[in-house]
Design a protein around this ligand. Structure first.
Ligand SMILES: [Ca+2]
Length: 271
């Protein structure tokens, strides 16, 4: 297996930029692969020698590999996007105990980054920055976590925008993104709530070797797992130890046996 390890090691430094790996289990963050047979991986947006590539690589059980297909990408080094955060969350869409005259969203906060930066994931325990954002709408701890990743080279731009003062409503934020940091993480607290939020984590804005012209992402309510309240206006009840981040599929977001989205992020490329 030595040549496979060598291959993974060579590729690993490029994986941080890859937006997808398919065909078999390959962890973009570690470069570790579980090779169980003649596996083919398609890697999009790999970075070698100052160029970006899509590649299809076959890994064989005997430890050899072949690069079957390589496509050089010709996308611009940077792009500019406007994201529109549209909240549809209202007394009409979510009648159960809807917090009339109180419903709003905290200011957008996030970053552009590569695959090494990871600010939150479904099923993982929230950081202090995510806890603070989800419980109070405060940005400061999360900004510290983002700046740490910027200092390490894993994140590039801090994204900080306005909130939605009264839901339903919308707010826009314009940001630059680069090939070396093609992922977006962006969150906002659902308010009032114990520790509920909406957002995206590690969303790539490159697909098929191109900057996306438009991407519409439906938003659902997530429980940060850091406060035990079950209602919009439940009193503070710190959860120790923290539970994992989960999508909320019960009241007040369960409506007629379904869990409809409460809004969208629409990413429009403007430059
Ligand atoms: Ca808490």
């Amino acid at each position: 297996m030595s040549s496979i390890k060598y291959f993974i090691a060579v590729v690993a430094s490029s994986l941080f930029f890859a937006t997808t790996a398919s065909g078999q289990a390959l962890d973009l963050r570690t470069g570790q692969a579980n090779i169980t047979g003649e596996d083919e991986i398609t890697l999009e947006h790999l970075f070698f020698d100052n160029n970006f590539y899509n590649a299809t690589i076959r890994l064989n059980l005997d430890g050899t590999y072949q690069v079957n297909q390589v496509e050089t990408l010709s996308l611009t080094p940077t792009a500019v996007y406007q994201v529109t955060f549209t909240s549809t969350w209202s007394q009409q869409t979510h009648p159960y105990e809807y917090p009339v005259a109180l419903s709003h969203f905290s200011g957008l906060i996030g970053a552009t980054h590569n695959a090494l930066a990871d600010f939150w994931q479904l099923g993982e325990v929230a950081t202090s920055g995510i806890e603070s954002m989800a419980e109070t709408g405060s940005k400061s701890l999360l900004i510290t976590e983002i700046n740490t990743q910027i200092d390490m080279g894993n994140a590039q731009h801090l994204l900080s925008g306005g909130g939605i003062g009264s839901s339903p409503g919308e707010v826009k934020l314009t940001f630059e993104i680069s090939q070396q940091h093609p992922f977006v993480t962006l969150v906002s607290m659902i308010a009032p709530s114990p520790d509920w939020f909406v957002g995206v984590s590690g969303l790539p804005l490159i697909a098929n070797g191109q900057w996306l012209e438009q991407l519409v992402v439906p938003l659902f309510a997530y429980d940060a797992g850091t406060d035990s309240g079950a209602l919009y206006t439940s009193p503070n009840s710190d959860t120790l130890p923290r539970a994992s981040i989960q999508r909320i599929e019960l009241l007040p977001f369960l409506v007629d046996s379904e869990v409809p989205s409460i809004g969208t992020f629409t990413f429009d490329r403007i430059d």
